[in-house]
Design a protein around this ligand. Sequence first.
Ligand code: G1P
Length: 289
Amino acid sequence: MNHKISKAIFPIAGLGTRFLPATKSVPKEMITILDRPIIEWAVIEAAKSGIDEMIFVTSSRKNIVLEHFEKSELLEFNLKKKNKLDKIKLIETQNRLGKFSLVIQDEPKGLGHAVCCASNFFDKDQSFAVILPDDLIMSKTPAIKQLIEIYEKTNGGSVIGLEKVPINKVSNYGVIEYKKKYKNFFTVSAVVEKPNKSEAPSNLSIVGRYILNSKIFQFLKLGKKGFGNEIQLTDSLVSLIDSPGLFGTEFDGKRFDCGNKLGFIEANINFGINDKEINKHLRKIIKKL
Ligand code: G1P
């Protein structure tokens, strides 16, 4: 029996060390791509996919992330005084994106641990989304919606986002082995976190988009450590393969890894080129380089 995917977990407790010194005072998720913080792009993707409850798993020093989605009476008052009604419209949309909750991950014990911290939000046999905001995806149909569409064809199965990467990059990602390929999805038979290229079962890497069955919490609660001595989400995916089934899909869209400087700049350029207001001038600037 399929249930509507109404909740998404956003694991955002990381220290953002690759973006120091900026992340000394600003959470990595609040750094902007174009005019919105990275976390907002992820939340917009979820909201456009029919998800209405956003669960941030975070460290206590990141309350500002939640504040970003709250109504700001003072700002709205000041904008009104200055007759900047278009700007009011822009910020009003933020607190209409859904219901927001915060769960504190007390220690950085890995992605699997972060997801497990939100287990109380789910009933038995309830499926939910996990979105890693660092993986910013530009697409016509929101990436997580594309996964939901595959999920709806399964009987409570789980679905992960996939992208082919050059074989020398597989060691940066979770990688799958598959049994069968259908038109736009695979049946997954094994997963491995950050394998050496000689041990990788394929070059299909896991992107930070997941639809998971809550059965996964049984495995995660065992707290087994894997790659890097952390509780890995990838390892727990194995527990879903036999029942209710694990599937993967190469979604349509362009993925930017905003967890590193190059991917972050690439994302900004691409989002800029797609922005009506600055696109022409940005192209000119790029040409001149
Ligand atoms: C995490 C996951 C990995 C996945 C990646 C996608 O790794 O553990 O399986 O491929 O996200 O971005 P991280 O980027 O946190 O090292």
